[in-house]
Write a protein that binds this ligand. Structure first.
Ligand code: PXG
Length: 445
């Protein structure tokens, strides 16, 4: 199907939208507008078909244009557009929480709803800190993040996050008492490893060093992405997450997995926790929860955490936290329809089936000019290129642009190209993505 070509926007029509995480002036001088989407594809304003190799922004896991989701949202809006969940409720909020608990790692069966990954992270950090106080360990106020971690853009998230540009402008406004584990990217030891790298489990031992420095009695929680997406696909070395879990257990520290990207099938199981066989105490999600159709996030909590709050007189509010739109009816409808699709089409485990094809597609790019590493796990892939001297990021941007011009949408961070196609992707699409990316890399040499 061809999209109706729509007129391009003029500079004056684009002036008011302050675009997020975008070079606004560069974009507005040469805009890339998407106007329609179906299955594996977007259509651009100039009528071109674009193969989506990033599921929008790592979120459209069931592919685009799913009628069931649109219809469920439309029906919900027509019936009841909003209902409060503060001292009130509506049935689909409870149904969704139960459905999510049923696919969660064992024991993570209490669900708090938010509207984004950033809100999920702030919620999880607040729950972790309040939990320590609720169980009489109020001196545990610190949270430990990790270098190169991305946990959204709230003040909590950037404090535990480890991406320089997201932090440096706000350095004076960070959460107190935060420290960071070292990141696990080592091209020196692990270049071109297929799947999880063998070297680096010992990097988790740094948590013992931080405990020796701060004392466990001051640490509430450790938060990591099981696999970091935003920093350019950084994989957990074999045994690393297990080691983190062991150290947290030994010192009675909560472990939080930020599964905003790894959740909902991206790495071959419903959640990264299951794929990597390590169960955290709290898990943050968003993105794939509604297939990106309606903003929504969810924090999964271990029952012991929820139970620790359920004390005192019954009329007391146990957690002073929540959003007007927590469990918004339209978002619940979208999420329930999305879970139906995931179940019906086996999408939450399809990445495991397609991982070998993904792996060979991305590793076929080894040896191309300037390529210094290729990484993959489930339906995630990344190609890292040598930065141009003195102009980091420009090579990555040029490759991204060339791919887009040739009809494939990839994601660029610095000189890394990340791939995370919808989980409905077919092997032929993966081959096409690798072919176009390869041409773009050669064309940028
Ligand atoms: N945690 C993680 C692990 C994420 O990846 C967030 C929190 C924040 O979610 P919200 O919904 O507040 O954006 C994210 C978001 C990219 C990219 O291409 C990644 C994200 C967002 C936009 C772009 O790397 N991750």
């Amino acid at each position: 199907m061809n999209a109706k070509p729509s007129t391009a926007l003029s500079p004056s029509e684009m002036q008011s939208f302050w675009m997020p995480f975008t070079a606004n002036r560069q974009f507005k001088a040469n805009p890339r507008l998407l106007v329609r989407a179906e299955g594996m594809h977007y259509w651009s304003a100039d009528g071109r078909e674009i193969l989506d190799a990033v599921a929008g922004l790592w979120c459209v896991n069931a592919g685009h244009g799913r009628r069931e989701i649109a219809e469920a949202v439309g029906a919900q809006l027509a019936t009841m557009e909003f209902a409060p969940t503060f001292q009130m409720g509506h049935p689909s909020a409870f149904e969704l929480a139960n459905r999510l608990a049923a696919i969660a790692p064992p024991g993570l069966d209490r669900v708090f709803f938010t509207n984004s990954g950033s809100e999920s992270v702030d919620t999880a950090l607040k729950i972790a800190i309040a939990y320590q106080r609720a169980r009489g360990q109020g001196s545990r106020f610190r949270v430990i993040g990790r270098e190169k971690g991305y946990h959204g853009v709230g003040f909590g998230g950037i404090s535990v996050g480890g991406i320089l540009n997201n932090r440096k402008y706000f350095a004076a406004s960070m959460l107190p008492g935060v420290d960071h584990l070292p990141h696990t990217l080592s091209i020196e030891h692990n270049a071109y490893s297929r799947g999880l790298p063998a070297w680096g489990a010992h990097l988790a031992n740094d948590l013992e060093r931080l405990i020796a420095l701060h004392d466990a009695s001051t640490i509430a929680a450790v938060i990591v992405e099981p696999l970091s997406g935003s920093a350019g696909v950084i994989l957990p070395p074999v045994g690393y997450l297990k080691r983190l879990r062991e150290i947290c257990d030994k010192h009675d520290i909560l472990l939080i997995f930020d599964e905003v990207i790894t959740g909902f099938g991206r790495v071959g199981k419903p959640f990264g926790a299951q794929a990597f066989e390590v169960t955290p105490d709290l898990m943050t999600t968003a993105k794939g929860l509604t297939n990106g159709a309606v903003p929504m996030g969810a924090v999964f909590a271990a029952r012991k955490i929820y139970d620790a709050f359920m004390q005192g007189p019954e009329h007391t509010i146990e957690l002073f936290h929540g959003y007007t739109y927590s469990a918004h009816p339209a978002a619940c409808a979208a999420a329930l329809a999305t879970l139906d699709i995931y179940a019906r089409e086996g999408l939450l485990t399809r990445a495991a089936t397609l991982a070998p094809q993904m792996e060979s597609a991305v590793h076929s790019l080894k040896g191309l000019p300037n390529v210094i590493d290729v990484r993959n796990c489930g339906l995630i892939g990344a190609v890292e290129m040598e930065p141009r001297a003195g102009r980091p990021g420009t090579r990555g941007y040029d490759v991204f642009l060339k791919c887009f011009e040739r009809g494939v949408l990839v994601r660029q961070t610095g000189d890394i190209i990340a791939l995370s196609p919808p989980l409905i992707v077919e092997p032929a699409d993966l081959a096409r993505i690798a072919e176009v990316l390869g041409e773009a890399i050669r064309g940028t040499a």
